[in-house]
Write a protein that binds this ligand. Structure first.
Ligand code: NAG
Length: 222
């Protein structure tokens, strides 16, 4: 009797762990808008770029984000061409070039926190190649510009969302805002979601950090 209880507890535990670490429902590619990211605190960025850059690629379940999963292999420092490719797509803005290339602090942290949660589908190399490929599929800066949303202008949440949805097969992005200036929400990041195989778009869960009621306009900082 007692033994059976232990066995069934183990079976349930095993199932729960499989649920958490074994799979995910979709991937969120999170792109940072550097002008907003670097604005405050002052000097947070050693380097910047006038384009969206990758923050991370996050495996998620329907109701929550997977983080710090075990089971995968430790981050291995990249060498050669991969370092330069990653620097172009996934700029480690808080660090100067030499330090960033040598220690790869943002990449290794993102891999530990998020990448290991999809190691069964994507090993380290595949994970980083996938993030870069997905970013290259989308030129959000041009998409926004085509809809009159240029750096330095303000628009409603709906206007920005509508513009992005023209390139995501009408799936919802997650627009993420910060409030550097009191009362002014500004666009800080855009999350775009994909199915696990990353061959089609998926709705993102909203973070509700922007003013989705459209009663104020969201700043796209210059
Ligand atoms: C911005 O990044 C996108 C996606 O990687 C790229 O296609 C585009 O050419 C870049 N635009 C500029 C102005 O650098």
């Amino acid at each position: 009797m007692f033994k059976w209880r232990i066995v069934s507890a183990l079976v349930i535990l095993n199932f729960a762990l499989f649920q958490v670490y074994g799979d995910f429902d979709y991937l969120q590619l999170v792109l940072t808008w550097p002008a907003s990211f670097c604005y405050q605190p002052k000097d947070i960025c050693k380097r910047t770029v006038n384009n969206f850059t990758i923050h991370g690629l996050w495996p998620e379940k329907k109701g929550f984000r997977l983080e710090f999963c075990s089971g995968g292999t430790k981050y291995k420092i990249f060498e050669d061409n991969m370092v330069n490719d990653l620097e172009r797509h996934w700029l480690q803005m808080k660090f100067d070039e030499n330090y960033a290339k040598k220690h790869q602090p943002l990449w290794s942290y993102q891999y530990r926190k998020h990448g290991m949660c999809c190691y069964k589908l994507y090993n380290q190399n595949a994970y980083f190649l996938l993030a870069m490929r997905l970013k290259d599929k989308l030129d959000l800066l041009t998409t926004l510009r085509t809809h009159g949303i240029t750096p330095g202008t303000k628009h409603t949440f709906s206007e920005i969302q509508k513009a992005i949805k023209t390139v995501t097969n009408n799936k919802d992005p997650d627009l993420k805002c910060v409030e550097h200036i009191k009362g002014v929400k500004e666009l800080n990041e855009i999350g775009i979601c994909f199915n696990p195989a990353a061959d089609s778009f998926h709705d993102c869960r909203h973070s509700y950090t922007c003013d989705e009621t459209d009663s104020t306009k969201t700043l796209f900082r210059l």
